[in-house]
Design a protein around this ligand. Sequence first.
Ligand code: ZN
Length: 158
Amino acid sequence: MEKIKSFTVNHLTLVPGIYESRRDPVGNSVVVTYDIRLIKPNISPVLGNPELHTIEHLGATFLRNHPVYKDRIIYFGPMGCRTGLYLLISGDMMNEQLFVLVKDMFAFISTYDQEIPGTQAIECGNYRDHNLEKARKVAGNFLNDLYMIEDTSLTYPE
Ligand SMILES: [Zn+2]
């Protein structure tokens, strides 16, 4: 079988940031997959599943309630390697708009202090596996990284 494109990205030079991973035409539109890379792969310790799970619940809640983009959100969920999350959006977006959206989402997560949505046994497949304190910390650190990024091209480094 052919190696899929995302495995050809050089994970040794990757730094935290937002990257456009794929564009898939669907009907008359396009679904764009963004990699939200929270930590440096294979160097920084990977994220624990509880904090990643909490980021998933809070991020999905934020995105699916967003006044402008809620109807264009296809998916938000963790990478199996536990270094980030995937965000799939229907239709094209300006890079700057995407950066604002992701910054707003991580600002929301980094200051969230209420009950995590979807954490009753009936609502989630592993409802005890959450860590809000760590999720807030991870989100705050990533937000700081985002504010340092000047290159908003969304392209992976060589
Ligand atoms: Zn869950």
